[in-house]
Write a protein that binds this ligand. Structure first.
Ligand code: TYM
Length: 331
């Protein structure tokens, strides 16, 4: 039987190439060896203010991106976090072995407090505990994520260790799996590519948008004129080449830039073609999938049922360990 692991994305807007490279691309390669659970984590998305009327559309949109980017609902379990109540049940139990001081030191909490000073809620504070529950509920040994999630994985290991030491060996300590694109910078060349920073190349951008965004994106800031030699090591566009282009193209761009034989636009043209090749089939498939929303909902329903049966087995064990069994059915 294939082992499970959980990884997920918040339905907080359109998915971008950071999500693709940091997470989804790796996921597609793990569907034979494991039976992974890929969640659309809607409870996590509730930690910031949102319009409830938008949520169903955002969940559908994420489901379409999952499928369009190559996730296979036969080999993987595609689900919505809120369809499986056990996620919140386990989160509560893990809350009870989590020191508050430890949570307050998590860098993503500090960052969120800076971004949302008017809405510092308990959900935001306990966000990593719910994430630990997502991961441990499926006894994940690996979790493929982008680099920004590493502090959450460290925290998850600590919680697993603590639970095991208090209540007996129950959970493995999961390791993060990072890809080559684990930290994709945004088009500004400074910050991580992020929905909240408006510096993204989206998985549904048109060919024209891709060309325009890359043509105007930051390059090596020290290269002011066409004839100045540049430094690929500090060029954001070159960091994209390292992920998307062939070894020959990477060498051509690096040498051409250092010697000023090629200009930034030449270098960008090669990249634009690769990005268009990556994004256009995903974009077209998404449109087709979104034209059949009922089929997408069916995929999520089936995924929810499959996920729940794994989650129930883990929770039966957790209830035994924690002594909350009297008078209740094992499910
Ligand atoms: P989220 O929704 O912010 O991002 C989803 C995935 O995309 C990766 N990612 C990136 N990778 C490389 N470069 C970038 N610029 C970039 N931006 C985003 C993220 O690292 C992530 O893997 N807390 C999680 C969601 C979550 C989860 C989980 C993940 C909830 N429960 C359990 C794994 C396991 C989050 O906010 O991801």
């Amino acid at each position: 039987m294939r082992k499970h692991f959980f990884s997920g994305i918040q339905p907080s807007g359109r998915l971008h190439i950071g999500n693709y490279l940091g997470a989804i691309k790796q996921w597609t390669g793990l569907q034979d060896q494991y039976e992974p659970v890929f969640g659309i984590v809607d409870y996590h998305a509730m930690t910031v203010r949102y319009d409830p009327g938008d949520m169903p559309g955002r969940v559908l949109d994420a489901a379409a991106s999952y499928l369009a980017a190559g996730l296979d609902p036969e080999r993987s379990i595609l689900m919505v976090q809120s369809h499986v109540h056990e996620h919140v049940e386990l989160a509560w139990i893990l809350n009870c072995v989590t020191p508050m001081g430890r949570l307050s030191r998590i860098p993503t909490f500090k960052e969120k407090v800076r971004q949302n000073p008017d809405n510092i809620n308990m959900g935001l504070f306990g966000y990593p505990v719910l994430m630990a529950a997502d991961i441990l509920l499926y006894k994940s040994e690996i979790v493929p994520v982008g680099e920004d999630q590493v502090p959450h994985l460290e925290f998850t290991r600590e919680v697993a260790r603590k639970f095991n030491s208090v209540f007996g060996e129950t959970f493995p300590e999961p390791a993060e799996v990072l890809s080559r694109g684990a930290k994709v910078l945004g088009l500004d060349g400074v910050n991580k590519m992020s929905k909240s920073l408006d510096n993204c190349l989206y998985l549904d951008d048109s060919d024209e948008e891709i060309a325009k965004k890359i043509s105007t994106a930051m390059t090596d800031p020290s290269r002011k004129r066409r004839n100045d030699p540049g430094n690929p090591d500090i060029c954001n566009i070159f960091s994209y080449h390292e992920v998307f282009s062939t070894p020959d193209e990477i060498e051509h761009c690096a040498n051409g830039c250092r010697t000023a034989e090629i200009g930034c636009l030449d270098c960008k043209r090669i990249l634009i073609a690769h990005l268009q090749d990556l994004v256009s089939p995903i974009r077209e498939k998404r449109v087709e999938l979104l034209s059949r929303p009922d089929d997408l909902v069916d995929v999520l329903r089936v995924g929810g049922t499959r996920a729940r049966s794994i989650a129930r087995a883990t929770m039966a064990e957790v209830r035994e360990r924690t002594g909350v069994t009297l008078g209740r059915d094992s499910a």
